[in-house]
Design a protein around this ligand. Structure first.
Ligand code: FE
Length: 145
């Protein structure tokens, strides 16, 4: 699913295998390395992706799937814990991707399939506990800080 190397105490560089789904690969890496709080950033290329938009007026999610070759111009996300699932990191990832005509689309990342390469940097916040709690006003699971 991926190759990786550790570059400093709590930082890893990953190269995902071609055609893997990015969120599944990140979740698998967190599980393998016992990472429950941290961050991820990256670049790459994809050809099938579903992004999500939250409409704050209705608190409804709107998902859209793109079946075309795109460059990931930015992928940024974090991992934390939901109190009811402390041993399974909660991934929150956003993405911007550029199309053949150089325009960009983006949103909350639900899934994306690598077509070419995907290079990620994962930082492990080690023994930090970062929990989330549901906020009824926004309809979001916010950091409980
Ligand atoms: Fe989001």
């Amino acid at each position: 699913m991926y190759k990786y190397t550790q570059v400093s105490d709590f930082k890893y560089v990953l190269s995902l295998d071609n055609h893997v789904e990015i969120c599944s690969a990140i979740a698998a890496f967190c599980e393998e390395m016992d990472i429950y709080a941290g961050s991820v950033s990256g670049i790459g290329a994809i050809n099938e992706a579903t992004f999500r938009f939250l409409d704050p007026a209705t608190k409804q999610y709107v998902d859209k799937t793109f079946n075309e070759q795109m460059e990931i111009t930015n992928l940024t996300g974090n991992f934390s814990q939901k109190p009811d699932e402390p041993m399974s990191p909660y991934l929150h990832i956003h993405i911007t991707a550029s199309r053949r005509d150089y325009t960009c689309v983006g949103g909350h990342l639900l899934s994306a399939r690598v077509n070419g390469a995907c290079e990620l940097i994962v930082e492990d916040f080690y023994d930090a506990v970062l929990e989330r709690v549901f906020d009824p006003e926004t309809g979001l699971n916010l950091y409980k800080l």
